[in-house]
Design a protein around this ligand. Structure first.
Ligand SMILES: Nc1ncnc2c1ncn2[C@@H]1O[C@H](COP(=O)(O)OP(=O)(O)OP(=O)(O)O)[C@@H](O)[C@H]1O
Ligand SMILES: [Mg+2]
Length: 269
């Protein structure tokens, strides 16, 4: 059953709830490199891996939805498609009603993507200078950039890290800095890939609180996150979708979906 795309009835009024993220029948294949000898003998042959095989998922506005699945299931690929950095072979994806392929610029203004292994920061620049650079790219007004950086640094508890060069930050601090960078332009929809993977338990708990309470519950933002952590899914998500063999095999309320974890991962937990 879809997470939304339904009708909420209150009295005699009918209210259509449009999904904040609407994924319909997405396919994605990657062409893999081949040994030179084989490429010469069979120039038209293609070695393809089919990663997503018709993924359909609707995410309700203001909710936190988790994406789980075995390594290599295609979670990051799906998030990259939503973030308009990978183009799907077929199917459609809309974020806040905008097609991510046709209107990628508009989508990027309203969406933030936090990668699990962020590599786009400048290693020699300080954390503050990095954030200032990305704030300028995001078209923030120059006079507001300093205050916005301070506000986010306080929220993510990285104020003491701001004067340090990026290369000197720990992995967990880099992850927090990535989250701060993503929030600079105050996006409505957040796509987050394994947000607490390298964080200590305290930082992980605060990040979950930030995503679930502050951003989703209080500010009404929509969050879709990939996570391997069952604890994180239980703490943070209302809904959970499992991706396996390129398809969503289970989706629903988090407690119901988690009961199927042993079957999906083929282990006794
Ligand atoms: N650019 C690419 N070119 C070729 N293959 C790719 C590319 N990007 C991803 N893949 C392949 O797609 C598959 C899915 O990868 P993806 O990173 O989306 O999985 P994941 O579910 O995020 O895994 P994990 O839990 O390990 O993070 C993998 O087999 C990967 O090798
Ligand atoms: Mg991944």
């Amino acid at each position: 059953m879809p997470l939304c795309r339904g009708q909420a009835l209150s009295g005699r009024q009918v209210k259509i709830i449009h999904p904040a993220i609407d994924i319909r029948g997405v396919y994605k294949r990657f062409t893999l490199p081949r040994p030179l000898g084989r490429a010469i003998i069979h120039p038209f042959e293609r070695n393809r891996s089919e990663v997503l095989k018709g993924v359909t998922l609707a995410v309700r506005p203001g909710s936190v939805t988790g994406l789980q699945g075995p390594n290599g299931a295609g979670k990051t690929t799906l998030l990259r498609i939503l973030a308009a950095t990978v183009i799907p072979d077929s199917g459609s994806v809309e974020i806040l009603g905008h097609d991510v392929v046709k209107h990628s610029t508009r989508v990027r203004q309203q969406m933030g993507f936090v990668l699990s292994d962020e590599r786009s920061f400048f290693w020699r620049l300080t954390a503050r200078h990095n954030l200032a650079f990305f704030a300028t790219l995001a078209n923030l007004k120059p006079e507001k950039i300093g205050a916005r950086i301070d506000e986010l640094a306080e929220l993510l508890r990285i104020t003491d890290e701001l004067p340090k060069p990026f290369r000197d930050l720990s992995t967990g601090m880099r992850q927090r800095l990535s989250l701060a960078r993503t929030l600079l332009h105050d996006p409505q929809v957040l796509l987050v890939d394994e947000p607490t993977r390298a964080m200590d338990p305290g930082a992980a708990k605060r990040t979950r609180h930030l995503l679930g309470q502050t951003l989703a519950a209080e500010l009404g933002k929509t969050v879709l996150l990939a996570t391997h952590s069952i604890e994180e899914a239980r703490d943070l998500c209302e809904h959970l979708a499992f991706l396996k063999d390129g398809k969503i095999v289970v989706e629903g309320a988090v407690d119901d979906a988690l009961k199927l974890v042993p079957e999906i991962f083929e282990v006794d937990l």
